[in-house]
Design a protein around this ligand. Structure first.
Ligand code: GDP
Ligand code: MN
Length: 344
């Protein structure tokens, strides 16, 4: 008899073993997390849900990165959540540092000026983080060998059973970039980002495809409409970021000082690049993946999708988001038309 006084062999076996590895095609991928030691509890929460909804069965390894060495307490606390492989890494100055184009002194002045203008306006570490996530993470030795990645953050929630492999799904469909939530960026954080993007485009039309979804981020007036994919969730074929075009774009932006003198986020940068370099058939909205990051929530309203979820679609931000609506409607634009608009 067990602790409840029930004869154990009378208990029927579980109908499905969620620990059973899933057979079928795999991709060379990992779940990549940038996190601080102080966020142990928040990450435990994210991973508990992520494991329960998906990774307990699909068993992708985790890559955990930090600009400081992980403490033993952190490693133990994370190890208790999953039986899957954990790879811990510390970032050196190559990955966590200033752009060559800026100085610490002038950065300090800009942080002082911006500290009350927007969220994280006065934070230096936030800027190192955004620069790392924009142009460096995929070159880190623990990430460099991966073909795909799925970004996870502390304090997010996953609401729906994910009973298929989104990496394999994307690969089979020729998809390169997957997202759940598409909000609008705060204008003041990216004051000159679009100006520099336009300059880069004018100098590098040979790096751009004949058709792209740039229409999603650019209005008919040739300006940036602030739409972006929220990068705290993203599933990406890393060949996008390792392309000659992306490398050139990131280096151009790194030279333009905005990671430090403004507060350019990796989300608008990834999004502008993805829409410039990909066409509509390569970018996917995972409507079936209910998800929350502090600030915004997505919950599918389609009944078949919602059947696997524990969230309220009536409270979803995504069906009210103008950028999301635009994504559903927008079509590819030719390179010729785009160049005409941005040269005006
Ligand atoms: P938000 O999502 O834009 O509000 O910013 P977060 O504070 O969530 O940061 C984004 C991601 O980067 C999260 O995964 C954080 O854990 C991570 N992060 C942010 N700043 C730092 C930092 O200074 N060091 C480390 N190691 N991780 C950071
Ligand atoms: Mn976050």
């Amino acid at each position: 008899k067990d602790m409840y006084g029930i004869t154990t062999d009378s208990i029927p076996p579980a109908r499905i073993s969620y620990d059973e590895p899933v057979a079928g095609e795999r991709v060379n991928a990992a779940i990549v997390v940038l996190v601080r030691n102080s966020e142990l509890n928040g990450l435990r929460k994210s991973m508990r849900m992520f494991e329960d909804r998906f990774n307990r069965r699909f068993k992708y390894p985790y890559v955990l990165l930090n600009d400081e060495p992980f403490t033993q307490e952190f490693k133990d606390g994370i190890s208790a959540i999953t039986k899957n492989e954990l790879r811990f890494g510390t970032l050196n100055e190559t990955y966590w540092g200033y752009s060559k184009s800026v100085t610490p002194e002038k950065t300090a002045e800009k942080l002082e000026y911006n500290k009350n203008r927007y969220l994280y306006g006065g934070s230096l570490s936030y800027r190192f983080m955004c620069r790392f996530q924009s142009g460096l993470f995929y070159k880190h030795p623990l990430v460099a060998d991966l073909d795909w990645y799925w970004r996870l953050e502390p304090d997010v929630e996953y609401y729906c059973d994910i009973d298929y492999d989104p990496f394999v799904y994307m690969k089979k469909k020729g998809l390169k970039y997957g997202f759940t939530i598409a909000p609008r960026e705060g204008r003041r954080t990216v004051e000159t980002l679009w100006h520099h993007t336009r300059e880069w485009i004018k100098k590098n039309p040979h790096l751009l495809p004949e058709n792209s979804l740039v229409n999603w981020v650019m209005g008919t007036d040739g300006n940036y409409n602030l739409c972006h994919f929220w990068s705290n969730f993203e599933i990406v074929d890393l060949s996008l970021y390792r392309s000659e075009a992306y490398e050139s774009y990131f280096n151009y932006l790194d030279d333009a000082q905005g990671f430090f003198y403004e507060r350019w986020g990796d989300a608008p940068i990834h999004s502008i690049a993805a829409t410039l370099l990909l066409h509509k058939g390569q970018i996917h909205w995972f409507e079936d993946i209910g998800y929350q990051h502090p600030g915004n929530m997505h919950c599918p309203r389609d009944p078949a999708m919602h059947a696997k979820c524990i969230c309220d679609p009536g409270k979803a931000y995504t069906y009210r988001s103008a950028c999301q609506t635009r994504f559903a409607k927008v079509n590819n634009m030719t390179k010729a038309r785009m160049l005409e608009i941005i040269h005006d």
